[in-house]
Design a binder for this molecule. Structure first.
Ligand code: ADP
Length: 242
């Protein structure tokens, strides 16, 4: 399995005449770890909503060569696009392993979930290892620390064979150590997967981003490596407030 690239052209989303996304072009290559940053209201969430089919948009969004715009949410998800939100949505009463099993079952189809089988499926074992949750596999998800729940949610995408992960502020509310561990997790996951992270935490971006897109007022303000974006006077003026 490998990541697939995302190509966005002239993407526009309008709410009652207000241009939340105003002509965005993006080229996210397969396996990238792209950070999408920008002040509140810049249009980051709306852009991701448009890619996942949650809001109506015009323009073009191609994933692995196939057009996404106009497709319903569930078809876009089935093409291998997974998303997390700021609040992790895991089944708190079920164990880590059961959460991963259900997610894997959702991919396989409901009937396969009913069949008895021996052992843990390989993708689940792999997701436990990748997310560092192997030792916690039999704990109820509800007792996990905030960071661990986010990692479980990422694991639940991995077992679904997701090829593009769209993560909304995955380190919000995390401790320093959890942030570091999350950055390392995302670096492990990218390469084989394409990862797009909406982020506010500039320190986190500096340490882990492979490429950065800065949005401002629905448009792309700057794009490049962390160093390039940080050196961009427009970014310093508008976003970093220098
Ligand atoms: P960001 O994620 O960068 O903080 P958003 O994408 O959430 O920004 O929002 C971009 C702009 O679009 C904001 O001004 C916001 O108020 C507006 N917006 C977002 N969703 C809606 C909606 N459903 N209806 C009207 N306006 C919206």
């Amino acid at each position: 399995m490998s990541g697939l690239g995302l190509i966005v052209r002239d993407l526009r989303v309008t709410f009652d005449g207000f241009k939340a996304v105003d002509g965005v072009d993006l080229d996210i290559r397969p396996g990238d770890l792209r950070f999408l940053i920008g002040p509140n209201g810049a249009g980051k969430t709306t852009l991701v909503d448009a890619v996942t089919g949650l809001v109506k948009a015009t323009g073009s969004v191609r994933f692995g060569g196939e057009e996404l715009l106009g497709k319903p949410v569930h078809r876009i998800a089935r093409m291998g696009i997974g998303r997390t939100f700021q609040t992790a949505t895991v089944f708190e009463e079920l164990t880590v392993l059961q959460n991963l099993d259900i997610a894997a079952g959702a991919k396989r189809g409901p009937l396969t979930m009913l069949r008895r089988r021996k052992g843990t499926p390989e993708p689940v074992t792999k997701a436990l290892e990748t997310t560092g949750l192997t030792d916690l596999r039999d704990r109820p998800a509800g007792v996990l620390a905030h960071g661990q729940k986010q990692w479980l949610e990422i694991g639940m995408l991995l077992v679904q064979d997701v090829k593009l992960l769209l993560l909304d502020e995955p380190v919000a509310g995390m401790s320093h150590d959890e942030r570091e561990a999350t950055g390392e997790l995302l670096q492990r996951v990218s390469g084989d997967h394409t990862v797009v992270v909406i982020e506010h935490d500039m320190d986190f971006m500096r340490s882990f981003a492979r490429s950065v897109t800065v949005l401002h007022a629905g448009k792309i303000l700057s794009e490049g490596t962390v160093t390039e974006v940080q050196a961009d006077a427009k970014v310093q003026e508008v976003y970093l407030g220098r």
